[in-house]
Design a protein. Structure first.
Length: 314
């Protein structure tokens, strides 16, 4: 039996370099065959997963020797943290792995949505259509970015938005007003309450976990309170945004644009994607806001190092 079980795709270089010497069972297809995971955990001291493997209490019970779980990413909603705490199993997210990637995704989405169709004008321009007036957009400078959640990803985003001369406000009751994170080298982020942030921001970006308190946090009432034409970006977790309400807000023009990287049902199927078809000013991506070659390498290495350090106590 193996010391370390890896159920989803992980960089072989990180495995070979940082986990050398351990007995490893690596099968990236295990995530699609969850019934095959528990029988592999009998002697395992560590389990490494991404976001699709559901680490339930039953899975943990199949691994009586489990000491730690390495998460190839930062979200922990697929892991039963209470059960891990009861068992004394340490969970290691790959903290810091995708902060830059998420921040750049948000900035890119803002630029595309604020400039409307200019970045998709290739075909019309080649066809001889000179749509200068139709493709006129707005600048980021002077606009207000509202960040809901002010963890590391949001702080990276704030720094970049300040460089674009945006006014940045953020809501996070867990970050005290005297925390130095509110002050960046090139500007200051204003701590705000949630309702005023929603009502006054030109762009709202979500950076908080999915939990009962955040389920459908951005619902029809929230869309109604937003400035008409505001933009919403969600690189966080599905379920925080009420998807049918978002579709209606875009169709009515109350919401000026949206970028969704995460969804209630993942991966989207043809059926679950159907409500998003032909919705105006909507950008969809398959949970890749934090996924770049660089972030993926950091994720692999941070996770492998966390597990190695735990198992060797070094």
């Amino acid at each position: 039996m193996s010391t370390i079980v890896i159920t989803e795709i992980m960089g072989q270089d990180a495995i070979d370099e940082l986990l050398a010497g351990f007995d490893i069972h690596y099968d990236k297809t295990l995530v699609d065959h969850p019934d095959r995971i528990p029988p592999l955990l009998g002697d395992a001291r560590a389990l490494i997963v991404r976001n699709r493997t559901q680490v339930t209490k039953a899975v943990l019970e199949a691994g009586p020797k489990l000491e730690c779980i390495g998460r190839l990413g930062v979200g922990l909603d697929n892991i039963d943290l209470d059960a891990c705490k009861t068992r004394g199993i340490t969970v290691y997210p790959a903290t810091g792995c995708n902060e830059v990637s998420v921040a750049e995704y948000v900035m890119g989405a803002m630029l595309v949505l604020m400039r409307k169709g200019v970045y998709s004008a290739n075909d019309s321009t080649l066809a001889g259509k000179w749509l200068r007036n139709e493709l006129m957009g707005t600048e980021l400078a002077g606009k207000q970015l509202g960040l809901i959640g002010y963890g590391n990803n949001a702080r990276r985003t704030a720094a970049r938005a300040l460089a674009f001369d945006m006014n940045v406000v953020a809501y996070d009751p867990l970050v005290p007003a005297n925390d130095p994170a509110w002050t960046h080298r090139i500007g200051v982020v204003t701590k705000a309450d949630l309702d005023p942030l929603i009502a006054t921001s030109d762009v709202i970006s979500l950076h908080l976990p999915f939990m009962p308190q955040t389920r459908n946090l951005i619902d029809a009432k929230a869309f109604a309170r937003m400035k008409r034409g505001a933009i919403l970006i969600n690189p966080a977790r599905g379920g925080i945004v009420d998807e049918p309400a978002l579709v209606e807000a875009l169709k009515s023009g109350q919401l000026g644009g949206a970028a969704l990287d995460v969804f209630v049902d993942e991966p989207l199927s043809a059926e679950t994607a159907a409500p998003f078809r032909d919705v105006p000013n909507l950008l969809l991506s398959p949970h890749v806001a934090g996924v770049t070659f660089e972030s993926n390498d950091r994720t692999n290495r941070i996770t492998a190092e966390n597990v190695r350090r735990h198992l060797t106590k070094v």
